[in-house]
Design a protein around this ligand. Structure first.
Ligand code: ZN
Ligand code: ZN
Length: 358
């Protein structure tokens, strides 16, 4: 079958090959014919080496499709079911799962060291233990989450990562209060989802910050009350908050420099919510005096910071009620052969999300 493969970490192009086979099917596993997948910024970060990932590998962790085979011992999923791919399945038994923090379960990521594919030339891994830039994937049954019939595959795919991450940051982690002021730094698919989450929570002001004009325009359509370039943020802080700083600032870039700007843009006693996935050698610095004296809450948010399955259900409910727009996040579409165009659209910032139809 066909899949897009990165041969070596650091390369910037994928090769679409037709000699790839999804491996590992057996007890407890599910085989999925992938129908749609989104390109998330984390895929680029894994390709560049910012996020750890063995190579060669098939990127893609935000996907949806149809179950084509079910291994022994799997309950609750049948052949023909429509599912989205959850890259962080909960084991249900570890201390994090028992606390209800299923997004911190590490059991699924332990599989990331096991190849998900093979080619005549050898093993191929799947990003984050999935690898949805492929016609077919084999995953743990817990990674296959049934979706309702009215949810299109392309929308379900986005709920599998970007939408859940952004919405959850605002709703689960920061718990944005009605009437509050919010700034969101970085307005790709995840940042826009954080904006929608802040709007659902009833934020009074939502300032979107992004260097790309088309993303600023998009942010206004999705609920931002104003949108500014990064060099206009200090002015917006002055204007919107009388210089005090925002009640909540979301960093959706994943760099220490923007996290520091976000920290300085947060009011004393306010909340800095770090959503971007950054590098191990990029150090975020706060001095001990300001840490104590300004009492700013620094809240990292991984994968929406809450029970993952509940977050999915909430996203579907809000979408169905018309309270959030998910179709509008898909600004570009390509077939698998056009995957390198999708990478370029993400790098330049022209796409919020490119949907790859497989
Ligand atoms: Zn667990
Ligand atoms: Zn992602």
């Amino acid at each position: 079958m066909r899949a897009a493969v990165l041969h070596e970490t650091g390369q910037d192009k994928l090769e679409v090959l037709d000699d790839v086979e999804a491996v590992g099917f057996g007890p407890g596993k599910v085989k999925i014919r992938v129908r749609a997948t989104g390109l998330c910024h984390s895929d680029l970060s894994a390709m560049s080496g910012v996020l750890p990932q063995p190579a060669p590998f098939v990127p893609g962790h935000e996907g949806a499709g149809e179950v084509t085979d079910v291994g022994d011992g799997v309950t609750g999923i049948s052949r023909g079911d429509r599912v989205l791919v959850c890259w962080l399945p909960a084991c249900g038994a570890c201390p994090s799962c028992k606390r209800g923090q299923t997004h911190l379960c590490l059991a699924g990521l332990m599989n990331a060291g096991t190849p998900n594919f093979k080619r005549p030339g050898g093993d191929v891994f799947g990003f984050a233990g999935t690898g949805t830039f492929a016609e077919e994937v084999v995953v743990d049954a817990g990674c296959a989450v049934p979706i309702p019939d009215d949810l299109p595959y392309e929308v379900a795919a986005l709920i599998g990562c970007g939408v859940t991450t952004g919405l959850g940051a605002a709703i689960n982690t920061a718990r944005v209060e009605a009437g509050s002021s919010v700034a969101v730094i970085g307005c790709g698919g995840v940042g826009i989802s954080a904006i929608q989450g802040a709007r659902v929570q009833g934020a009074a002001q939502i300032v979107a910050v992004d260097p790309v004009a088309s993303r600023r325009e998009a942010a206004l359509r999705f609920g931002a009350t104003e949108a500014v370039a990064p060099d206009e943020l200090a002015d917006a802080k002055q204007r919107v908050t009388a210089g005090e700083g925002f009640d909540y600032v979301f960093e959706v870039v994943g760099r220490a420099a923007t996290a520091r700007t976000a920290y300085e843009t947060t009011r004393r006693g306010g909340t800095l919510c770090v959503v971007g996935a950054g590098a191990m050698d990029d150090l975020f610095q706060v001095n001990m005096f300001e840490l104590f004296f300004d009492e700013k809450r620094i809240l990292p948010s991984m994968y929406g910071g809450g029970d993952v399955l509940r977050s999915y259900e909430r996203a579907v409910a809000l979408w169905r009620a018309g309270r959030i727009d998910l179709e509008g996040l898909i600004t570009h579409r390509v077939r698998l052969d056009g995957i390198n165009d999708a990478l370029d659209q993400m790098r330049t910032g022209e796409a919020l999300r490119t949907c790859i139809e497989i």
